[in-house]
Every structure is written in C-alpha cells, then in structure tokens.
Design a protein around this ligand. Sequence first.
Ligand code: ADP
Ligand code: MG
Ligand code: MG
Length: 258
Amino acid sequence: ASTLEIRELRCNVEEKEILKGVNLTVRQGEVHAIMGPNGSGKSTLAYTLMGHPRYEVTGGEVLLDGENILELPPDERAKRGLFLAFQYPQEVPGVSVANFLRTAVNSLRGEEPAGPAGSGKNLASLAALQKEIEGALEQLRWDPSFTRRYLNEGFSGGEKKKGEMLQMAVLKPKFAIMDETDSGLDIDALKDVARVFNSLRGPQLGAIVITHYQRILKYIEPDFVHIMVDGRIVRSGGRELAEEVEAKGYDWIKAQVG
Ligand code: ADP
Ligand code: MG
Ligand code: MG
C-alpha cells in the first residue's frame, strides 16, 4: 500500500504564514477527516498538496512513497495518484463530461489525445475508455446522458459533486483530497455523494475529507479524525472526536491550545 506523509508542512499565502507545521500520515485504504474552525487553514492544506501556485511552501515535506511531491508540478502529482475535489467546482463551458474525462484520463496515463477518426490505436483506446466511463456510471446508478451534458454548466450543486465522484471513479486516484464536499448540498444530494464515495472506498483509496461540520461524517465514516486550529493539527482521534466537536464546538479546543 502507498503512503502519503505530510511532515512539518509550512505554507505562506501572500507573505502570511497559514500552515505552521502540519503532520499527517495517510495510507491507502484509510479515510481521514480534517475538521476545524473557519480560517484554520484546511483549504490551504488541500491546495498546497495539489501545488496551487498561490500557496508558497516555506518548510516541510510531503512524501508519496518516500518521494517529495512538493518538488513536482501539479500534473505530475496527479500522475502519481493525487486527486483534488474542489470546494467550488468550476464551470467549463462547451466541454462535455465525457470529453473532460477522456482528456483527464489520457493525460494521466500519458497517452496521446484522441486523434482524427480512423486512426486505429486512438479508436481502440477511446472505445476502452468509453466502456470504463459507462461501467462507472452504471456502478454509480447514473444515466449515461449525464456525460453528454456540458461540465458543471447548469448542474445543481449535488450533480457537480457527483461529477467529482465520477472523476474519481474513472481516474482511480491513490489519494483523494475532498474539500467541503458537503457545502451547499441538501440531505438527499449529500447521501447520493456519500453513496458514490463509499462505493469507491476500499484498499486502493486513501482519502482526506475536509469539513467544517460533522454532518457529512454521518454518511462518510472516517477511520481517523483530526482537528486543525491555526495552521496545525492539534488533536487526532477516532469518530468520537467529531461527535465531541459537534456537541461542544471548537472553542474548548482553541482554549486548550492557547
Ligand atoms: P479554512 O479552509 O480552514 O476555512 P483557509 O485555508 O481557507 O481556511 O484560510 C486560512 C487563512 O488563509 C485565512 O486567514 C484566509 O483568510 C487566508 N487565505 C486563504 N487563501 C487565501 C488567499 N488566496 N489569499 C489571501 N488569504 C488567503
Ligand atoms: Mg473556509
Ligand atoms: Mg476551506
């Protein structure tokens, strides 16, 4: 199994230190929740892991099976098996879900993009990929017409999030980082998204589920829960830690941390 090891990670945003030494180890097969008050640096951690240029790493390492991925550009991190589901999925006008998935999978696998019709090799890989997408859709109990719609254009919040789960199903990341996957979802959409995530759960998937509220963790049950306050993980435990936060809020932890 692969291991993602975050060691003493420090990061600045516009000259201000936001991450102040984050330590976290995630193995394939484990689901870790990171909770914390607003502004504690949860999204900053997600973007830093994926290599967003606005986030300036000032110290520490992120080791994927011993390799420091902080030295790699975002696309190379994705090729190593990292996946980020965004807090606010962007609309991509004029690109169908199916096309987007094809492009993403081809670039991850280092295959040439689909060429002109009639080139045998491309047709074969295109057909294989189409099958794979259809298989994922079936598993997710989605209508294939979903993939002919334009990516995120006119999608409801729930559909966007399900689209992210479809990406995960097709891209098969080793480690998925999900930031506020539940934001803006009604309870039915949240259950749908959780069902899709849970169908992808297994020994091949490690996940970091970032959330402010405990709500999603009723449906996506984490193996470990971590609390981030002021750019550090200050508590780690099991699911009971999420329940404690739900009951008592974050102030008691902030007070303990000082
Ligand atoms: P969380 O996701 O836990 O709510 P964030 O990582 O979004 O926290 O933010 C942590 C801190 O970093 C906040 O003080 C926020 O104002 C600041 N911050 C985050 N992103 C940016 C940005 N792009 N530009 C300026 N400040 C930012
Ligand atoms: Mg926030
Ligand atoms: Mg956030």
